[in-house]
Design a protein around this ligand. Structure first.
Ligand SMILES: Nc1ncnc2c1ncn2[C@@H]1O[C@H](COP(=O)(O)OP(=O)(O)O)[C@@H](O)[C@H]1O
Ligand SMILES: [Mg+2]
Length: 249
């Protein structure tokens, strides 16, 4: 079974179609990147999968279940999204404990204290952060909380929208390492938006390159080693990024 299937996906805002004819199949356990310049429709694809961009046509399936257009509570237990901005994505008046317990409450799950304690540990936050508020946390700590929140219901699929691009460079690597560790430990599938090709090289198995709402190429991340891309737009993106991201010279 595929973790995510997108078939002939079109997505619009009002009368403007911003994503057109997208086909992607992400295997279970795979880490798949969406790359391309700003405004090419990457976030819109994640939002449509998450149910946050309702005006779409085509097929969206997650773990074998087609997505409908109505609210789908069960969906949250299969798939969760982490947003780019850890400052905007946490409610300022909710403690870490409240933020992490909420998904369990909504889904009527017990054992909440134990789960919160376990998840704080899993994302590398000391237990003393449990009763703190967002303004008492650094950007990296906030993103750890956002990741912990996304994992509370034990989803198998994570949609990651530039999860480190709002963070200081020194913190970015820590969060990427955490995401890598969590994927390995929990057998997660990632669909990850990034405009950073070294991040693709570090985190992902394959990448789809988007330009103006369409996918122009799907390639293995190893193509970044030698620039063996076929599409001219991908080649220009690769050249603009300075070529092989792993080369140390
Ligand atoms: N809520 C919205 N309403 C109207 N247009 C939007 C909205 N969000 C994004 N867009 C437009 O959709 C296009 C794709 O945006 P987005 O998916 O955010 O691109 P990316 O994530 O690749 O930078 C852009 O032209 C953007 O201006
Ligand atoms: Mg975006």
């Amino acid at each position: 079974m595929s973790a995510i299937i997108l078939k002939n996906l079109d997505i619009s805002y009002g009368h403007t179609k911003v994503v057109e004819g997208v086909n992607i199949e992400v295997a279970e356990g795979e880490s798949f990147a969406l790359v391309g310049e700003s405004g090419s429709g990457k976030s819109t694809i994640l939002k449509a999968i998450a149910g946050l961009a309702p005006d779409w046509n085509g097929e969206i399936s997650v773990l074998g279940q087609p997505r409908g257009r109505t609210v789908d509570q069960g969906f949250a237990t299969r798939c969760q999204m982490v947003f780019q901005d850890p400052y905007g994505s946490l409610h300022p008046r909710k403690s870490v404990d409240t933020v992490l317990s909420e998904p369990l409450k909504i889904h009527g799950l017990g054992n909440r204290d134990a789960r919160v304690i376990e998840m704080l540990a899993a994302v590398g936050l000391d237990q003393r952060f449990r009763f703190r508020y967002p303004h008492q946390l650094s950007g990296g700590q906030r993103q750890r909380v956002a990741i912990a929140r996304a994992l509370m219901l034990e989803p198998k699929v994570m949609l990651l929208d530039e999860p480190t691009s709002a963070l200081d460079v020194s913190v970015q690597a820590e969060i990427l390492n955490l995401l890598k560790k969590l994927r390995r430990e929990q057998g997660l599938t990632y669909l990850m938006v990034t405009h950073n090709l070294p991040v693709v090289s570090f985190m992902c198995d394959r990448m789809a390159v988007m330009n103006k709402g369409r996918i122009v190429e799907i390639a293995p991340a190893t193509a970044l080693h030698d620039g063996s891309f076929t599409d001219p737009y991908t080649q220009s993106l690769y050249a603009a990024s300075g070529g092989n991201p792993d080369r140390k010279d």
